[in-house]
Design a binder for this molecule. Structure first.
Ligand code: RTP
Ligand code: MG
Length: 148
């Protein structure tokens, strides 16, 4: 089993796509491990996309990611990292196949609805960044003191 980090970006949340996207992942057979609707600070957005720090689009990318709520998730399944990226589709929605999330719901690369980790190492780093130790297998994500 593998875990991957997936995040519905502000355009996906604004378009009301949390439900349809959850459905696609559940229908595929992934198991939801963590989910959090949140606003992210500039610093976290920059850390998340650190590999693109030198790219011309970096500033625009970080501004976009902090422009509204995101829905951060951890999904588990066999080959979850690669399988999630197949569901998500090509980075540029213009090249994304119909039937993929970007192929069905987006038109432009700057607003492509959803993020998925690009490797198991990235997934570990991103789960730690967004969920800390909660995302580690075998550790309950709720606090039992909150249940009474
Ligand atoms: P993501 O990290 O968001 O899942 O996307 P990805 O792996 O498919 O693509 P990546 O190369 O990691 O790019 C990260 C995000 O940067 C934006 N981008 N803009 N203007 C451009 O040419 C350009 N290229 C990439 C996209 O929003 C992409 O998702
Ligand atoms: Mg990427």
């Amino acid at each position: 089993m593998e875990r991957t980090f997936v995040m519905i970006k502000p355009d996906g949340v604004r378009k009301g796509l949390i439900g349809p996207i959850l459905t696609r992942f559940e229908q595929k057979g992934f198991k939801l491990q963590e989910m959090k609707l949140m606003r992210i600070e500039r610093d976290k957005a920059e850390q998340h996309y650190q590999e693109h720090r030198e790219k011309a689009f970096f500033g625009e990318l970080v501004s976009f990611l902090t422009s509204g709520q995101v829905c951060a998730m951890v999904w588990e399944g066999p080959n979850a990292v690669a399988a999630a990226r197949l569901l998500i589709g090509h980075t540029n929605p213009a090249n994304a196949a119909p039937g993929t999330i970007r192929g069905d719901f987006a038109l432009e690369v700057a607003e492509n609805i959803i993020h998925g980790s690009d490797s198991a190492e990235s997934a570990d780093r991103e789960m730690e960044l967004f969920f800390g130790t909660d995302a580690k297998p075998g550790i309950p994500s709720f606090d039992v003191d909150e249940l009474d």
